[in-house]
Write a protein that binds this ligand. Structure first.
Ligand SMILES: Cc1cc2nc3c(=O)[nH]c(=O)nc-3n(C[C@H](O)[C@H](O)[C@H](O)COP(=O)(O)OP(=O)(O)OC[C@H]3O[C@@H](n4cnc5c(N)ncnc54)[C@H](O)[C@@H]3O)c2cc1C
Length: 229
């Protein structure tokens, strides 16, 4: 059941030129499932508005909520977030949402597909479940514009080295490099059977990827998704 509570900012890390990872201390009994989100109320001095943010940390890291937030110039919450300081308190409500890992899936493979800050709930799922399901293949397909927009790049490369069942694919749309190029939809698996899919990002990317998977014959019940817009 979602509950109201207060999150106190204890850290903010800048993970790219326009993405931050804030860490909030929350009541120790706050529990959630990987993939869920919270609603945070932001006050800019004259107005208060709620915004939803997926939880980045896996649930086994208790007592905190982290998110991974793209700062949008002129955005209401983004402008507040640009000025936050340790000790600031934010009214929150959660956990919310049904975007979760399918623990009952009989499939051999799980594909996590995202663009930009859409990586947030997928990060939580991957870290929560990769160790629990060592016989399943986890693939993260992350799309972004340029190398400058990469987030958690070294971290996921390290995770790939340490876990035989994890594969990390990155595709850039607006810069040539020695990796993949183009939209995530262009790099879906050839054989999409025996796989459960998790998609997160902005509306166009989520709907486009879902559509591409369905055209490959994937049953919609094996496609889980969260839309940020
Ligand atoms: C369930 C859920 C989970 C979410 N989780 C996250 C998360 O983990 N991280 C995260 O960064 N955002 C997340 N969002 C989006 C978030 O709630 C806000 O919409 C976003 O941060 C913009 O808020 P704002 O008040 O700064 O901008 P607003 O003042 O609301 O909007 C400013 C303008 O920016 C546009 N816009 C909104 N998001 C983007 C974007 N990503 N890129 C480009 N333009 C955009 C809006 O359409 C609008 O035109 C989530 C949304 C939902 C519904």
């Amino acid at each position: 059941m979602p509950k109201p509570f207060v999150g106190t900012l204890v850290d903010v890390e800048k993970v790219s030129h326009d993405v931050i990872v804030p860490t909030f201390k929350v009541p120790h009994d706050f529990s959630f499932e990987a993939g869920q989100f919270v609603v945070v109320r932001f006050n800019n001095g004259t107005e208060t508005k709620p915004r939803s943010y997926s939880i980045l940390n896996p649930p086994f890291k208790k007592g905190i909520i982290q998110s991974c937030i793209k700062l949008i110039d002129g955005g209401f919450a983004s402008e507040v977030l640009k000025k936050i300081r340790n000790g600031d308190e934010f009214p929150m409500m959660g956990p919310l949402g049904g975007f979760r890992f399918d623990k009952e899936s009989s499939h051999a493979s799980h594909w996590f597909i995202c663009t930009g800050a859409g990586i947030t709930p997928l990060y939580s799922m991957i870290y929560q479940y990769i160790g629990e399901f060592p016989s399943k293949q986890f693939t993260l397909l992350f799309g972004t514009k340029t190398k400058r927009d990469l987030i958690f790049y070294k971290e996921f490369q390290q995770l790939e080295k340490e876990n035989q069942n994890f594969r990390f694919l990155v595709t850039l749309t607006r810069e040539e490099w020695d990796g993949l190029h183009g939209r995530v939809q262009e790099h879906l698996p050839q054989d999409a059977s025996n796989t459960t899919f998790y998609i997160c990002g902005l509306k166009e990317m989520v709907l486009g990827t879902k559509d591409a998977l369905e055209k490959k014959g994937v049953d919609p019940k094996h496609i889980r998704f969260e839309r940020f817009t």
